[in-house]
Design a protein around this ligand. Structure first.
Ligand SMILES: *Cc1c(COP(=O)(O)O)cnc(C)c1O
Length: 499
């Protein structure tokens, strides 16, 4: 038995079962050879034979040994782990959408194209951009696409010397990584004492080599960059472009628009802001928005709408428009993703937007901000909050003082929270706050849940003061106890082997 299986106390499905116990509900194929080409058949596959009931129990048990938003509070800062309304999945699963072939000609895919068109138009209006591409498959993927757009834009303007991307030290790691991957030099900008980009520091690094300044607003400390208009002006005066990392868009929907702040490019993580389950590296969706001067560079294809020649609605479209996929953009950076990208996510995102409406989305952001400030104020008496001012949708706390007094670190608090039924907050990020816990409640949690979380945190801190060992040994109630982090990183055991 592999070590993981024995730690989890349950044999893996391959280790269960007995010959002859296979599923009785389906007739056995006469012989696999009737269906499969000989060269793919193997005799030495040790496939288990299990009853359906054993298989169902096995997977149901496994599903309860992990943690997800459906199981409990998931305050993972920057990740916006909000409740995913089931109706979005139901809509994405409608046979007409689910079974549509990506090679279907435009005239047979009018409904799907209309969904993409309406999502694109809705995002453009909500965030103040000229156009969006639904092509990139995640936030980081859209960052890369945006930097490719910037590169091409500068090359065509004869400004290939613009080879530098500026990234504040509060940025997500994907920002500098995307820039480096795209061949840019990265300058990291130190935040000022208010946890924000300082104009003086920025001016020092701006110049004829500046290509893009990538910013998250509110930043990952949950603080709104209140000088954003001046910052954008400085970058534009230096000839650069402004990129908006929209992972924190849950803080400002309907209240402020990146386009109005002066951003030229932006991404959204619809799997964060617009629900859609995420985590575990699952499929994502990262629409890329651009201002008017950059629309020609968007990835292909782009959905176009035109008035029907006779202006009359057909049975495919209700409003006299007809939709088509445009692959003919001479300046496009090309496709970032095959076919229609993660189309089902576009459906989920639009279902979420339409279910809320403009007023509802505004309210979502206001409640997310309210919940974060409620937690921040409740936690401040027993855990430092290094930036004690009104935050947006998330905030950071620090265990630095607790560590000095008791040896209990942010990591240990995170482990102890798992024992108490909560997912840990994001830890040790952003890098500028030592022993950092970054907490994002989202709008979907009740006051009772938030109060329960505060009480658990308080109890952990009190226990750490009285008997630190209890916290240092956590977690003790989860299926897997405290793991050897170094060995897990250096010698990962990711694959079951039969010996
Ligand atoms: C999640 C996140 C990203 C990356 O987005 P993915 O969709 O995971 O690729 C970028 N920036 C910030 C601030 C994020 O929180």
């Amino acid at each position: 038995m592999s070590q993981l299986a024995s730690e989890m106390g349950t044999p893996l499905i391959f280790e269960q079962g007995q010959n002859g116990r296979a599923n009785r509900y389906f007739a056995r194929a006469e012989s696999a050879a009737d269906y499969l080409p000989a060269e793919v058949l193997r005799d030495d596959l040790m496939l288990p034979e299990n009853t359906e009931l054993d298989v169902v129990r096995h997977y149901t048990r496994l599903s309860q040994r992990t943690f997800g938003i459906d199981l409990g509070f998931y305050p993972l800062g920057s990740c916006t782990m909000k409740y995913n309304p089931r109706i979005n999945d139901a809509v994405a699963n409608l046979p007409g959408l689910r079974d549509l072939h990506p090679f279907a000609p435009d005239e047979m895919a009018q409904g799907a194209l209309q969904i993409m068109y309406e999502l694109e138009r809705s995002l453009a209006s909500l965030f103040g951009m000229a156009a969006f591409s639904l092509n990139p498959a995640a936030g980081a993927h859209a960052e890369l696409a945006a930097l490719l757009v910037a590169k091409k834009y500068f090359r065509e303007r004869g400004e290939s010397g613009r080879n530098t991307v500026i990234v504040p030290d509060t940025a997500h790691g994907t920002n500098p990584a995307s820039a480096a991957m795209c061949g840019f030099r990265v300058i990291s900008l130190r935040s000022d004492e208010r946890g924000r980009v300082g104009l003086d520091e920025l001016e020092k690094v701006l110049g004829p080599e500046t290509a893009v300044c990538m910013m998250t607003n509110p930043n990952t400390l949950g603080l709104f960059e209140d000088h954003i208009v001046e910052i954008a002006k400085s970058v534009h005066d230096a000839g650069g472009l402004m990129y908006y990392d929209g992972a924190n868009a849950n803080a400002l929907m309907g209240n402020a628009r990146p386009g109005d702040m002066g951003f030229d490019l932006m991404h959204l993580n619809t799997h964060k802001t617009f629900t859609i389950p995420h985590g575990g590296g699952g499929a994502g969706h990262g629409p890329l928005g651009v201002a008017a001067h950059l629309t020609d560079y968007l990835p292909i294809p782009v959905v176009r709408a035109s008035k029907m020649p006779n202006g009359k609605p057909t049975k495919f479209v209700s409003d006299g428009l007809t939709f088509s996929l445009d692959f003919d953009l001479p300046k496009s950076i090309g496709p970032m993703r095959s076919f229609w990208s993660n189309f089902a996510h576009a459906v989920r995102a639009l279902a979420y937007m339409y279910a809320n409406g403009a007023q509802g989305l505004k309210r979502v952001s206001e409640l997310a901000v309210l919940n974060a400030n409620y937690l921040r104020v409740k936690i401040a008496p027993f855990l430092e909050t290094p930036y004690p001012e009104i935050c947006r949708h998330e905030f950071v706390a620090s265990a630095q003082k607790l560590k000095k007094e008791t040896g209990v670190r942010a990591l240990d608090i995170a482990k102890a929270l798992l024992d108490r039924g909560y997912m840990a907050p994001t830890m040790y990020f952003p890098l500028l706050v030592p022993e950092c816990l970054m907490i994002e409640p989202t709008e979907t949690e009740s006051k009772e849940t938030l109060d329960g979380f505060v009480e658990s945190l308080r109890e952990i801190v009190e226990t750490a003061r009285r008997d630190p060992k209890q916290i240092l040994d956590a977690p003790t109630k989860t299926v897997v106890g405290r793991i050897d982090e170094t060995r897990a990183a250096r010698q990962p055991d990711l694959r079951w082997q039969s010996h």
